[in-house]
Design a protein. Sequence first.
Length: 382
Amino acid sequence: MANRRGPNEGTICKRKDGRWVAVVNLGWEDGKRKRKSYYGETYEEVRGKLSDATKKRDDNIPLGDGRMTVESYLNTWLEQVVKPNCKPLTYATYKSIVDNHLNKGIGTAKLAKLTPAQVRGLLNKRRDNGLSVRRVQLIREVLRNALNQAMKDGLVSRNVAALASGPKTVKNPVNPFDPEEVQTFLRAAKNDRLEALWTLTLATGLREGEVLALRWEDVDLEAGLLQVRHALQRVKGQGLQLVTPKSRSSLRTVAIPKIAVESLRQHRLKQKQEAAWGRKRWQDTGHVFTTKIGTALDSHRLWVEYKKLLKAAGLRDQRFHDLRHCCASLLLTQGVSPRTVMETLGHSQISLTMNTYSHVVDALKQDAADRMDAALTGQKGH
């Protein structure tokens, strides 16, 4: 017999096969009463499920469909949440992760029954198959983001991706050029077609996408200032696209050192000459750094030119991003405050600046201690 309960509390009864079933009333839709059933081996099991379901119903939280698979949910999440709210490159990256790893690994699992052990097994398998630690972390991050939305929608009660431990990050030490290497690099860059790009990046610490997105309307050479308003990204099927920077703190005004101002002046003159020489092919995109026909310069071409320059200078191999690290290290060692460095680089938190450049900060602490000694003893430091 069904247990008598209140009109909106649902019912519990034992089936002929010995299992228990709880039924919750969801109201009326299109003239038909809607109900949802929960099954279990014991009365206590289905009573718990019924209690959880009625609470969600009363709080206007949708009751999850126990038959929904991880693949079905992730595909819906990509189209309804990620695509309308994220940058095209972010959507493309997430879709690649979902298609190639999550759907293939745990796509057939029921969303509501997914466990931390299943997620952990997927991550371990991908790592054992040779994926980098960062890539495995990204798989977990995408799933965690998706399940956060599933929790908000009432489809799952916990985020199993957050409960599953991922691989630990091994931080690569920051080892930028020292001042002598910087001088060697700048000498090699002299009269290079992209001399202004190398100089500006070293002087301001712009990210790769930011410097490639820079347009002349963003630069005020008279005032010695530039505005970071965009980043340049290559989006599959759409080519190079200007997008908003990675965070609100990335939108910033940066002071340009005089060496970079002068380099930009010379670069603008050369660019006007290139436009005059190739006027039939020249495309006026307004970008500061372009190809020889005026189109935006992409990251691959930048990488090729950068590696050629390093080889010509006889310098050790470095990533282009290390020029940004070099800028920060030089600023800190010159006594510029970490907060100013943070704002120049567009970091979101000062802790990020301090942690990234801890090797420089430690040296500055010793310098501060030596200065304090001099102040307290009246003797000049060595």
